[in-house]
Design a protein around this ligand. Structure first.
Ligand SMILES: Cc1cc2nc3c(=O)[nH]c(=O)nc-3n(C[C@H](O)[C@H](O)[C@H](O)COP(=O)(O)OP(=O)(O)OC[C@H]3O[C@@H](n4cnc5c(N)ncnc54)[C@H](O)[C@@H]3O)c2cc1C
Length: 469
C-alpha cells in the first residue's frame, strides 16, 4: 500500500470526516506548544473506538507508515510532533467514561478524556482524582499517562503512574491488550502496564485506563509566604509535613523575578504581600476530615515561622477566590515570561535537600556565561522539581540569546547530573531531550531501552525518533 492509498484506506475504515488532510483542519494538530518544532503529516486520523485504533495500526504497518499518537497536544518536549510522511493518531474522540465503581474507588475512562473531565467525574461520585496541572482543561489522560505527568499534588499523591490500576493498549501488530483490571494487588508476573506509562507513545497506544480515586478533600488551606532563601523553604516544608501529619499537598516555590513578570504582564494580579521578598512559597494542605482544623494549624505554624525568622511574611487565603488568585500568581509564570523575550527552560529534579546548592551553583554559572541573564526559577520544590527558566538579558536580540540553548542547557544539566538529579523531571524526553539521553544515560540504560523498543515495536511504527534513537 502506498502513502496515498493509505489515506484512502483509513477514510474507508473510520469515515472520510475523521481522516483530516486539509491543512486548515490539520493545523491544531500540527501546532507545537512552545513553537520549537515544525510539524507536518500525511493526515490526522481520529478514531472512535479501540477497534478503529487497531485497524488504523494494522493499515499503517502494512503501508510502512509510522504513527504519532496525540492527546491534547500540550506536551512540552515535542513528543507529539509529526515529521513528514506519518499519521497523527488523535485520541480526542475516544472520550467516554466507561465505568465508575465508587466502592472500589476506581473509574475506567478512554484515553481522550480531558484531565478536567476525570476530575469532575470523580467529584460527582463524591470522590477525588488528584492529578492536577495548569493544562488540565485540554490535556488528555492518555497523554498524562504516556508522559507520566507530575503537576501540583505529586508531593502527596505521586506522579500520574501512581493512579493507574490497569490499561488497555493497542500494540504494534494491531492486537488489543485488555489489561483493564481494577485491582490494587496483582502480582502475576511482570507489571506490563508500567512499560507504557511514561513511554511517550513509543511502545503502544493507550486507549483506556482504570484509575484510582481518593477521598474528597473537605478542608483545604492555602498560604503564600515570603521567604529569604530556598534553604528556608526546605525547613518550612519539613515543619509543615511534621505538624500536619503529612497533609501538605502542594509546595511551590517561585523567585521574586518570576512574580515580577506576572505582576507586570498578567492583568488582574496583585502583589500578595506588602513588601518584596527574594522567594515565595505557595503551600497547600488538604484533608478529607471535616474537623481537622487545618486553617488554625497553618496560622499557628506561619506565626511561629515568622517569629523564628524562617518566613518573612505570609497570607492565608480566606476564600476560594483568594485561593484561586494565589494559584494564578504561580500558574501564570510561563505565560508572563513570554512577554520578556527569549527563555531557556529546564525541567530538572534533584534530591530535595540539594535544591539550594543547585540554585546557587547553576545561577552563578549561567550569570558568568551570559552577563545580564535573568533567572526566574519556580516549581514543585516539594518534589525536588524546578522549572529553571532563564530569561534573556534586557535588550538582547532574542535569536542571538536562544542560540545559546545548547551550551547553557548542557551546563545546567551537568550540575543536575553531578547532584544525582534528572534532566527531565516531569515533561519527558520527546525530541527536545534526546541529546541529553545520549549524554547522561549510561550505556547499560540506553541499551536496555533500545532492546525494549525492539522487542515491543520492532518495525519502529510508533513515534520513531522520540525517547530512544
Ligand atoms: C500550561 C501548561 C502547564 C503544564 N503543566 C504541567 C505540569 O504541571 N506537570 C506536567 O507533568 N506537565 C505539565 N504540562 C505538560 C503537558 O500538559 C503534559 O505533558 C500532559 O501530560 C500532556 O498531555 P497531552 O494529552 O497534551 O499529550 P500530548 O502533548 O498530546 O502528547 C504527549 C506525549 O504522549 C504521547 N501520547 C499522547 N496520547 C497518547 C496515547 N493515548 N497513547 C500513547 N501515547 C500518547 C504523544 O505521542 C507524546 O509523546 C503543562 C503544559 C502546559 C501547556
Amino acid at each position: 500500500m502506498t502513502a496515498t492509498s493509505l489515506v484512502a484506506a483509513l477514510q474507508q475504515l473510520i469515515g472520510t470526516n475523521h481522516v483530516l488532510t486539509d491543512p486548515a483542519d490539520m493545523a491544531p494538530f500540527l501546532r507545537e506548544e512552545r513553537g520549537t518544532y515544525e510539524s507536518w503529516a500525511l493526515a490526522v486520523a481520529r478514531p472512535d473506538t479501540v477497534e478503529d485504533v487497531a485497524a488504523i495500526v494494522k493499515a499503517c504497518a502494512q503501508a510502512n507508515v509510522s504513527i504519532v499518537p496525540q492527546g491534547g497536544n500540550t506536551g512540552l518536549v515535542g513528543g507529539a510532533v509529526s515529521r513528514g510522511d506519518q499519521i497523527i493518531l488523535s485520541l480526542g474522540r475516544m472520550n467516554r467514561l466507561r465505568a465508575i465503581d465508587p466502592a472500589n474507588r476506581a473509574l475506567t475512562v478512554e484515553a481522550g478524556c480531558t484531565l478536567a473531565r476525570i476530575q469532575t467525574a470523580a467529584e460527582e461520585a463524591g470522590l477525588h482524582f488528584p492529578l492536577s496541572m495548569a493544562s488540565e482543561g485540554s490535556c488528555q489522560i492518555g497523554g498524562n499517562l504516556s508522559t507520566n505527568a507530575g503537576g501540583t499534588a505529586v508531593l502527596r499523591y505521586g506522579n500520574a503512574k501512581e493512579f493507574v490500576l490497569g490499561l488497555e493498549v493497542v500494540l504494534a501488530d494491531g492486537q488489543i491488550w485488555n489489561g483493564l483490571k481494577a485491582l490494587r494487588k496483582d502480582n502475576t508476573g511482570y507489571d506490563l502496564k508500567q512499560l507504557f506509562l511514561g513511554s511517550e507513545g513509543t511502545l503502544g497506544i493507550i486507549t483506556a485506563a482504570s484509575l484510582k480515586m481518593y477521598a474528597k478533600p473537605r478542608e483545604t488551606v492555602t498560604a503564600l509566604l515570603g521567604i529569604a532563601s530556598p534553604a528556608a523553604a526546605l525547613r518550612l516544608l519539613a515543619r509543615l509535613q511534621d505538624a500536619s501529619g503529612d497533609q501538605v499537598t502542594g509546595f511551590e516555590m517561585m523567585a521574586r523575578s518570576s512574580l515580577d513578570f506576572v505582576l507586570r504582564h498578567i492583568p488582574g494580579t496583585q502583589d500578595p504581600l506588602s513588601a518584596a521578598y527574594p522567594w515565595y512559597l505557595l503551600a497547600e494542605m488538604t484533608t478529607s476530615r471535616a474537623d481537622a482544623g487545618l486553617e488554625a494549624l497553618m496560622e499557628r505554624e506561619l506565626a511561629s515561622a515568622i517569629e523564628e525568622g524562617l518566613a518573612e511574611d505570609g497570607v492565608i487565603a480566606a476564600s476560594l477566590s483568594q485561593r484561586e488568585k494565589l494559584w494564578k500568581l504561580r500558574e501564570s509564570i510561563p505565560e508572563a515570561q513570554k512577554h520578556e523575550g527569549g527563555s531557556l527552560k529546564h525541567d530538572i529534579s534533584v534530591p530535595i535537600s540539594a535544591i539550594p546548592e543547585f540554585l546557587d551553583r547553576a545561577t552563578r554559572v549561567v550569570e558568568a556565561l551570559i552577563p545580564g541573564i535573568r533567572p526566574c526559577p519556580f516549581g514543585h520544590v516539594g518534589d525536588g522539581n524546578l522549572h529553571y527558566n532563564l530569561t534573556q538579558p534586557m535588550g538582547m536580540d532574542k535569536q542571538a540569546y536562544l542560540a545559546n540553548r545548547e551550551r547553557v542547557s548542557q551546563t545546567v544539566h551537568d550540575i543536575v547530573q553531578n547532584l544525582g538529579g534528572s534532566f527531565s523531571a516531569e515533561h519527558g524526553v520527546g525530541l527536545l531531550k534526546l541529546p541529553d539521553m545520549a549524554r547522561y544515560k549510561s550505556d547499560v540504560e540506553r541499551d536496555l531501552l533500545k532492546r525494549l523498543k525492539q522487542a515491543i515495536d520492532p518495525g519502529h511504527l510508533f513515534n520513531p525518533g522520540k525517547v530512544v534513537e
